[in-house]
Design a binder for this molecule. Structure first.
Ligand code: SAM
Length: 240
């Protein structure tokens, strides 16, 4: 999915990664995207709270030597001031305690290091991007039902407030557009319809079932009508 954002590749290739930490690595999609096009790293560390995602990341990243840490509790078992680059990619809206995580990242980054945040944004979007945000918000609500913290997509102003409230300084800032064409892609639409149908089945015994099913129908209708496209991403380089 990251290859849909052409200007992100230019940003990533320009980084001097050094000792590099990806916080919230998930299945390693973003980490693989970074390591495949920039070999300026000296060491790579990846953190996540979800052991199943980390197992997938291990399988995805066999080409590189990555130190994985599966842990939610902070502080992490890592010395402070040791990373030149920390990335937090589409993870902010998954964090239950953003203040605690951002202050941990501040502890871990070297005084001359950079924290990179990329996060999809929900403001000024097309109809196909709105379909994506509705689908994402529906999945987030489904996760919350299962006790997994997951917010809908934030606006760029919401993200900027979160960062500045932490006393972090925003250096470079760019809104990255998604260059994907076309927005109506039959293969992608039928894949998403299958995901929606499976997720609806997952909650079939819950009292919220009818509400989720109704939202699912509306998303499927918009999928066919407008297509789907991941919205723009806010890219930030932050200094401690
Ligand atoms: C949408 S995924 C992003 C994965 C990856 N950064 C990417 O873009 O390919 C968000 C990840 O954040 C992880 N996460 C949520 N809370 C976390 C926390 N407190 N500490 C570490 N990881 C966390 C989730 O388990 C999930 O794998």
């Amino acid at each position: 999915m990251y290859c849909e954002y052409h200007s992100l590749a230019r940003r990533i290739q320009a980084l001097d990664l050094g000792d590099y930490l990806e916080f919230g690595c998930g299945d390693g999609t973003f980490l693989k995207y970074v390591l495949s096009q920039n070999n300026s790293f000296r060491s790579v560390t990846a953190v996540d709270i979800n052991p199943e995602s980390v197992q997938k990341a291990r399988e995805n990243l066999t080409e590189w030597e990555v130190r994985f840490i599966v842990q939610e509790k902070l502080p992490l078992p890592l010395e402070g001031d040791q990373f030149s680059t920390i990335t937090l990619s589409n993870t902010l809206h998954h964090l239950r305690d953003k203040d605690a995580v951002l202050s941990e990242l501040k502890r871990l980054i070297k005084p001359d290091g950079r924290i990179i945040i990329t996060e999809m944004i929900s403001n000024d979007i097309s109809q196909a991007e709105q379909t994506y945000c509705d689908f994402h918000a529906w999945r987030a609500a489904m996760d919350q039902l299962k006790g997994v913290y997951h917010d809908p997509t934030y606006t760029s102003d919401e993200i900027l407030s979160l960062i500045t409230e932490q006393g972090l300084t925003i250096g470079k800032k760019e809104i990255l557009k998604n260059d994907k064409i076309p927005e109506i892609d039959e293969h992608e639409i039928s894949q998403i319809e299958t995901i929606i149908d499976d997720l609806v089945q997952d909650v079939s015994q819950r009292p919220e079932f009818l509400e989720f099913e109704k939202r699912a129908w509306s998303i499927k209708e918009n999928l066919r009508h407008f297509g789907i496209k991941r919205p723009r991403q806010l890219y930030l380089e932050i200094t401690p």
